[in-house]
Design a protein around this ligand. Structure first.
Ligand code: GLN
Length: 484
């Protein structure tokens, strides 16, 4: 009998293919678990139970159809910044309260075409700005390992849903760490693909030169199945790349011999919790035991990544969020003139963090300051990118911590934006460079999960997934489940 509480996508695939399980049974089991558990976890903003049942029935009817993909009949859930036709999409913001997109993102179309079942939409920080999911206008998601702590963010709902067993896989987005940091804090696996690897058509933009959509699930093998479906060029997204998409599952050889892994000293930052450092270093030792060659490398511009990111990301956000004026999307506040309406709608319906980002970004882009801030930040960004290019002439991938701390208590950092921003200090540089990053669970510190971050060459997600999968063949952190 299949244990539905510990099921992975790979496990469910095998059970579905063997006829031991139907998609309807699996979907019903997850829906009832959502009904029981989500009132305390609060991962979901919208549950699409009827549509999920319908899709599961269709998947069962189409079983064995040669066109069906690896996700056929697999229940998934989606971060609420990705457009879903006919299903409310809020970005965790009151400014998109009850906004129902007239079309679906390319990633949603691809998942549906492969036969995946959609359970609903997941909580996140408003417009993906944050590291704890506390900036959602709707609810605060709890970390399934300790409900008094944050799940990380901004894809906190996506990480918590996997960790709590409410979906077998989820989509998140990552602009500065929003897939990897919550994956680490919730003890699950998550992949930020290379910039351009996955279409962003239908993603509501935050920082357009940084944003990527990526999968979250228990294992690297599961991420490989999901990436296979969503990766590849899309004529509707001019930033999606033509790079060929390899067979990710076929790349999971389990073999790390000869792989050169660089450890950047700069990522073991001051203030890192000793338990996080210990778990990370033990994971790197485990890679060495499997035949990888570990070398020290230096990425000297790392210390400039945080200030650089907090100019570029807010600058892009201030431009992207200009479209939310109460005229084109979502609700509108009443006012005497059009300008009053716009001002009241934006003033009342954007939360405090989003307004802070808009002001920071507008300032950095304003005449007289543009050269000193935005232009200089772009120049430093190039230096950060070159750090990675140089490192990748010596090594095949990098191994580093994901976040300096484990999941912190709800409320601890909400009044201190800088403390919040610092939780992404090890993940932001990867977005500035545009390279891919994978997180796999690598242990616990004070009973809370720690994640190992692996960073790869552009478009070489296959090597990352191979390393993450090989690590998971000899460790069992990804098999631990929180008691809920
Ligand atoms: N925490 C970072 C920010 O607030 C990153 C968020 C993200 O990756 N979407 O910008």
């Amino acid at each position: 009998m299949t244990d539905l509480n510990t099921l992975t996508i790979t496990g469910a695939r095998a059970a579905l293919d063997a006829g031991e399980l139907t998609s309807v049974e699996l979907t019903e089991a997850l829906l009832s678990r959502i009904e029981r558990t989500d009132p305390s976890v609060k991962a979901f903003l919208t549950i699409t139970a009827d549509a999920a049942r319908e899709q599961a029935r269709a998947a069962d009817a189409g079983r064995g159809d040669p066109a069906s993909g690896p996700l056929h009949g697999i229940p998934l859930a989606i971060k609420d910044v990705i457009c879903t036709e006919g299903v409310r999409t809020t970005c965790g913001s009151r400014i998109l309260e009850n906004f129902t997109p007239p079309y679906s993102a390319t990633v949603i179309e691809r998942l549906r075409a492969s036969g995946a079942v959609m359970l609903g939409k997941l909580n996140c920080d408003e417009f993906a700005m944050g590291s704890s999911t506390e900036a959602s206008a709707y609810q605060t998601t709890g970390n399934p390992w300790d409900l008094s702590r944050v799940p990380g963010g901004s894809s906190g709902g996506s990480a918590a849903a996997v960790a709590a067993g409410l979906a077998l896989g989820t989509l998140g987005t990552d602009t500065g760490g929003s897939i990897r940091q919550p994956a680490a804090l919730c003890g699950v696996s998550g992949l930020k693909p290379t910039y351009g690897r996955v279409s962003r058509y239908g993603l509501i933009a935050y920082g357009s030169s940084l944003d990527q959509i990526g999968p979250m699930a228990w294992t690297a093998a599961d991420l490989a199945l999901m990436l296979q479906v969503i990766a590849g060029q899309d004529p509707r997204d001019g930033t999606s790349a033509a790079a060929p998409v390899p067979d990710y599952s076929a790349a999971l050889s389990g073999d790390l011999r000869g792989l050169r892994v660089g450890v950047p000293g700069e990522y073991f930052v001051e203030g890192m919790e000793p338990g996080v450092e210990r778990a990370t270093r033990e994971a790197i030792d485990a890679l060495r035991d499997q035949g990888a060659e570990i070398v020290e490398v230096s990425l000297p511009y790392t210390k400039y990544a945080l200030p650089t990111y907090y100019i570029i990301a807010p600058a892009e956000a201030s431009a992207n969020l200009a479209r939310f004026d109460g005229v084109r999307y979502g609700p509108r506040e009443p006012g005497d003139s059009m300008w009053d309406q716009i001002e009241l709608t934006r003033g009342h319906r954007f939360g405090v963090e989003v307004r802070r980002r808009i002001m920071l970004g507008t300032y950095a882009l304003s005449a007289g300051y543009y050269d000193a801030y935005y232009k200089r930040a772009q120049q430093v960004r190039t230096l950060i990118k070159r750090d990675f290019e140089r490192a990748f002439t010596q090594v095949d991938l990098l191994a580093a911590p994901t976040s300096p701390t484990v999941a912190f208590p709800i409320g601890q950092r909400t009044d201190d934006p800088l403390a919040m921003y610092l939780s992404d200090v090890c993940t932001l540089p990867i977005n500035l460079a545009g390279v891919p990053g994978l997180v796999v669970p690598c242990g616990f510190s004070e009973s809370l999960p720690v994640g190992l971050q692996l960073i790869g060459r552009p478009f070489d997600e296959a090597t990352l997934l191979r390393a993450g999968d090989a690590y998971q063949r000899v460790t069992d952190w990804h098999t631990r489940r929180p008691q809920l």
